[in-house]
Design a protein around this ligand. Structure first.
Ligand SMILES: Nc1ncnc2c1ncn2[C@@H]1O[C@H](COP(=O)(O)OP(=O)(O)OP(=O)(O)O)[C@@H](O)[C@H]1O
Length: 477
């Protein structure tokens, strides 16, 4: 017993109380049953004990939280490994690589193919002459959210082996997202990678050439390492802000994604309507260096002007130092202004705000320093209509679609199309929808202009009526 207690502390009391029972049982079968029970108890206890001992002294481990991009790196690599295919309990997900492999032209057979990764429990696998254990757990987090966590361990005491494995996962993942723009969205106060999109070539966004060059030149200059040194020697916060404003469907979001693709930056999208002051501060504090923070439709975000828009950061703290929420639980303007200027903002952060209504924005939000360049987007004028036409039908364009008209005729057809579409009335998005609906035939697009215009105008009239009713209803309330 003392020996048992020495090796397996806690087991001896259990077995000692079972001993008199064992000796007191008169029947041989009863004794055998007791012995089996004791052996089972001992076996379970010993395996747990040795398992813990092994884990504590002879294995190395790295935990990877669900909210971090490293989680995706690990999972995508795991999915590509043979051991993942033989796991008996798996999680099924749509394969990120499938569209890449098929070069965008997915046949029905491999469309949205699934990949499987082991879940709930441990999977053992050999890799580069080491035995690893992959484990995935699900914990119940705050507010009832289920939080996942993965960990990878190996039998050995050199942590570099695990780091090298994670580095391999990282390289594999970067290969997968090559030519893609990684977009992050928030879940509570955590960033989570959402879908990665194919990089959008800058040439596919049609705006005034000079304006585009000016904007790209400004971003390039800002991201130049020399500029960073320039900022730091002067003690200035190394951040830049842009405001893209104009009617819906004029290319503001598309341009933001193209900039991200061109400069190989990740995009962090902030949806202000689902945030409060505390979450906004935490999310800003967790942004990486060199990224784009995209604040879309900033006028519609619910940011409201507080009495003290110039309040300092200390004022937004409650009595016990905890962050004070704005009155309606949403983000207050003062907090937004503070995080944009504040120390929590990362180095090299490019802020892009987009809006359809610049006149609704608080002047403090878009003052120089917070917004360094304002770019106005317009409805399509003559040159833009013509560029959109060539973009869709020009055989030299990357999105070539063979048409029924010869190439020589195209300039002539473009002129006809431009002559039929009124200037500064329709957005590029609307014109694109017409052209794409007739992508096989420019002639057909020209013939459809009148009916298309009529339809768009009617939709607008309906929309205005509905909106005015909604406003009347609100007035009534
Ligand atoms: N200037 C443009 N050049 C090329 N495509 C455009 C342009 N503007 C809009 N489009 C097309 O129209 C669609 C909508 O564009 P986008 O979302 O960028 O507009 P937006 O100005 O951000 O609109 P909103 O203000 O409603 O968010 C996209 O699919 C895009 O390809």
């Amino acid at each position: 017993m003392p020996l048992l207690d020495f090796f397996f502390p806690g087991l001896a009391p259990a077995t000692s109380s079972a001993w008199p029972l064992l000796t007191g049982v008169p029947s041989i079968y009863g004794r055998l049953l007791c012995i089996c029970g004791l052996l089972l108890l001992f076996g379970k206890y010993a395996s747990e004990y040795f398992g813990k001992l092994l884990e504590t002294y002879f294995t190395s481990k790295i935990e990877v939280p669900y909210s971090d991009e490293a989680y995706d790196m690990l999972i995508f690599w795991v999915c590509s490994q043979p051991f993942a295919r033989s796991a008996r309990t798996s999680l099924a997900m749509v394969d990120l690589k499938s569209s890449r492999r098929s070069n965008g032209r997915e046949s029905h057979a491999n469309k949205k193919s699934l990949h499987y990764s082991p879940c709930n429990g441990r999977s053992y696998f050999w890799h580069k002459r080491h035995l690893f254990v992959f484990e995935r757990k699900r914990n119940q987090g705050e507010l009832g959210f289920t939080r996942e966590e993965a960990c990878i361990s190996y039998f050995g005491r050199n942590p570099n082996v695990l780091r090298e494995l994670l580095d391999e996962c990282r390289r594999y993942y970067l290969g997968l997202v090559k030519n893609k723009t990684c977009v992050f969205e928030h879940e509570g106060d955590r960033w989570k990678p959402s879908k990665s999109r194919n990089k959008r070539d800058m040439s596919t966004v049609i705006i005034n050439k000079k304006l585009k060059e000016m904007l790209l030149g400004d971003v390039a200059e800002f991201l130049d390492p020399k500029t960073r040194t320039w900022y730091s020697t002067r003690g200035l916060p190394y951040q830049r802000g842009y405001l893209l404003y104009g009617p819906p469907g004029t290319g503001k979001s598309s341009l933001s994604l193209s900039i991200a693709g061109q400069f190989d930056l990740d995009v962090y999208v902030l949806t202000m309507s689902s945030l409060n002051d505390h979450n906004l501060k935490t999310l800003f504090a967790e942004l990486p260096q060199h990224c784009i923070v995209l604040l879309e439709d900033v006028d519609a975000t619910g940011v409201h002007r507080t009495q003290d828009s110039k309040a300092d950061a200390s004022q937004s703290l409650g009595q016990n130092g905890s962050p004070r929420m704005s009155a309606n639980g949403k983000v207050s303007l003062s907090t937004l202004l503070n995080v944009l200027d504040g120390l929590a903002s990362p180095e090299g952060r490019v802020l892009i705000m987009t809006t359809n209504h610049i006149e609704r924005l608080d002047p403090a939000l878009i003052r120089p320093g917070r917004v360094d360049m304002k770019v106005e987007f317009h409805l399509a004028e003559e040159d833009m209509i013509s560029q959109l036409f060539f973009f869709v039908y020009d055989p030299h364009s990357k999105t070539v679609i063979s048409g029924d008209d010869s190439k020589e005729e195209l300039p002539q057809l473009a002129q006809e199309f431009v002559a039929k579409v009124p200037k500064l009335e329709f957005s590029p998005a609307e014109i694109m929808s017409l052209l794409l609906a007739n992508k096989q035939s420019p002639r057909h697009a020209i013939a459809s202009v009148d009916t298309w215009m009529e339809r768009i105008r009617e939709e607008r009239r309906k929309f205005t009526r509905t909106n005015s009713w909604a406003l009347d209803d609100n007035d009534g309330l």
